[in-house]
Design a protein around this ligand. Sequence first.
Ligand code: GLY
Length: 569
Amino acid sequence: MGQTIRIGRYIAFIVCSIQLSLFSQFSHATSQPPQAAIASAHPIATTAGEEIISAGGNAFDAAVAISATLAVVEPYGSGIGGGGFWLLHRASDNKQVMIDGREQAPGKAHRDMYLDKQGNVIPGLSIDGPLAAGIPGEPAALVHIAKHYGRLSLSASLAPAIRAARDGFRVDEYYQRMAGFRQNALQASPAAATTLLNHGAVPQTGSLIRQPELAATLEAIAKQGHAGFYQGEVADKLVKAVQRHGGIWTRDDLRNYQVIEREPVTGQYGDYRITTAAPPSSGGIVLMTMLNILSAYRLETLSELQRMHVMIEAMRRAYRDRAEYLGDPDFVSIPVKRLIHPWYADGLRAGIRMDKATESSALAAVPVVPQQGRHTTHFSVLDREGNRVAATLSINYPFGSGFIAEGTGVLLNDEMDDFSSKPGTPNVYGLVGAEANAIAPGKRPLSSMTPTFVESEHGIAIIGTPGGSRIITMVLLALLDYVNQGDATHMVNLPRFHHQYLPDRVQVEPAGFSDSVLDGLTGLGHKLKQLDADYGNMHVVVWDKRNNRVTAASDQRGNGQARVFTGPE
Ligand code: GLY
């Protein structure tokens, strides 16, 4: 008996050793990607990231370089006068964290600051000029990421951005379109009218935009870190300029700004582990709610019409909850566990009929008029150690508030518009917000930014996009495509549709859907709004562990660039 047990143990040991050795061979073959990859919204930013990885930096150093370079060359999308969320995965210990560099309401902000005496929203006040600007978080986030996660010095990682600001970049047609759209706001700011416009006019394509003052501010951050932006000369100039033009920032607002490390929202969809944005972004919770609702349908067995129908119904319900529950978690209590629990989704799903659209008014109605823009930015990075970053950054509206603080080159955000200026009244994206997202000093406005990792034993996708309230549904569509074996290029170029509870409309891109499907949706009672332009600008990196291959893609709707490269051995 004793002998049998010993032999049994011995055999078990051998079997176990063989399994371990097979496993370690498998995990060795797949634990590190064969190549690095970057997908971002601008070729100069992608090049900056590659330069940093090639110089021995990791994905986090590259993220600092790409963020800062996008701030220079894509000023309509993000900037050091704005903020964002950097979702990090560190391969050495599998740490996953969201760096919350979201803007914060100034100390003098108050709930009714954008209302007139009658309690009506004053149009434009939360969009144009420095009163619309929250305290920026991007500089603090870059310093934090470089210090705690990077391998290179902050000044090394900021060098490509400083160069781009000093030497300039060429205006393209997209820049022109965005500058035309925000020309009035930019003209109202003398520094913006000369730096980002050509003496107030939209610059010619091919002309050079040089930003020497922004280069000097980036240099101050490179040399002094956090204090280079939030204290001293730059901070003084920022506060003076803001106050001179009607804003309410103080030196204390800047001095007190801190990034927050937040635990990402996580969940499961079939065999796939989702890691995504936590509040103050609504993105992760809304995404998980939609996925949980959809998890009971075998989507691959449904017709295109049925699939779109249930996805629209999932969107409607998840966005309704967004309006009711979500805000800055440091100010409001959000029932996160409940909202992303599969049982909660069972309840939401129970009201969905396959033969009929739900009226949003049956859930709770406020009729509103949407306005949507393409704004914000996203990039995805994977390095050869397996570190990864999904970062979605914003200054909100294209070119943010349009205001550059004199002497700093810093274009300020208009992220205050992401608060509910008046609960129940929509913001520029048509999103309704309730009490949870009311303005308060020091509070961070609710966001839709949804940087996301999707992983299974077969591989990893790093996903994200700009696009205002439509960000979350774009990420949903791409994620479901990945699960359905779509590759990076297919994911970013999918035709898009969106529903956000109110207004009760399905927004549909101009191309990509057949008349019979659209007629079918109408037949079910959906109200369609066919858009005259496409939207979003998605950037995806995929590491397929089955064939150990890395791919990357940038949305054909934008001017971005995806690159897969070997980097240093
Ligand atoms: N400002 C866009 C967002 O945060 O979702």
